[in-house]
Design a protein. Structure first.
Length: 191
């Protein structure tokens, strides 16, 4: 079983503003790991993270993230381990600063990048490429290149989808709910 998830962390914007812009609210329910469909956590360095247990969600669409990044920095990561796809993106003030993507369906060594990834990108890629080569290259039963976008996002935010964050709270994640208004109900649902 593998992860199929997306997450984004915002730095420089009030968490309640982030949740309000997304139509989300806190439920008060806490959990050790983000097992619920939607959850959030405050990370060191002023990062506020929203974790979505879905690879493709309107909450993590490029348009939503660009809008949400107005006046702040946002780092997003998406993983689909069933097909070994990963991507990380950084936006500032609505502008994509960089994007790094791995898709093993194209090639085990596939890695594309746009913009100006952080200075650690080349080192991370070189290290993981050496590990892939040592494991047998394209014939290996492991995909180390998948880790490049994941590690890059982790180095910026301290969060990784498959690790518990190192925080003092044993249940740091708070479950989120979508706010439902009368206008968001289907036309036929009048109750």
């Amino acid at each position: 079983m593998g992860f199929s998830a997306s997450w984004f962390a915002v730095q420089g914007k009030d968490p309640e503003h982030v949740l309000g812009a997304l139509g989300l609210s806190r439920t008060g329910e806490k959990e050790e790991f983000p097992d619920s469909g939607l959850s959030c956590v405050e990370l060191p360095g002023g990062w506020f993270l929203v974790h979505i247990n879905r690879f493709d969600s309107p909450l993590s669409s490029q348009a939503t993230l660009a809008s949400l990044s107005a006046g702040c920095r946002l780092v997003a990561c998406r993983v689909e381990e069933h097909v070994m796809y990963s991507a990380a993106t950084c936006l500032e003030d609505g502008v994509r600063m960089w994007h790094v993507e791995h898709d093993a369906q194209q090639d085990i060594y596939h890695l594309s990048s746009e913009g100006n990834p952080p200075s650690g990108f080349a080192r991370i890629h070189a290290t993981l490429k050496m590990q892939q080569d040592a494991a047998g290259g394209a014939d290996a039963d492991v995909d180390h290149i998948f880790e490049v976008p994941v590690v890059l996002a982790e180095t910026m935010t301290s969060y990784r989808h498959d690790k518990e964050p190192e925080l003092d709270d044993p249940e740091p994640f708070e479950v989120l709910a979508r706010e439902v208004s009368a206008s968001s109900k289907p036309w036929w649902k009048f109750w």
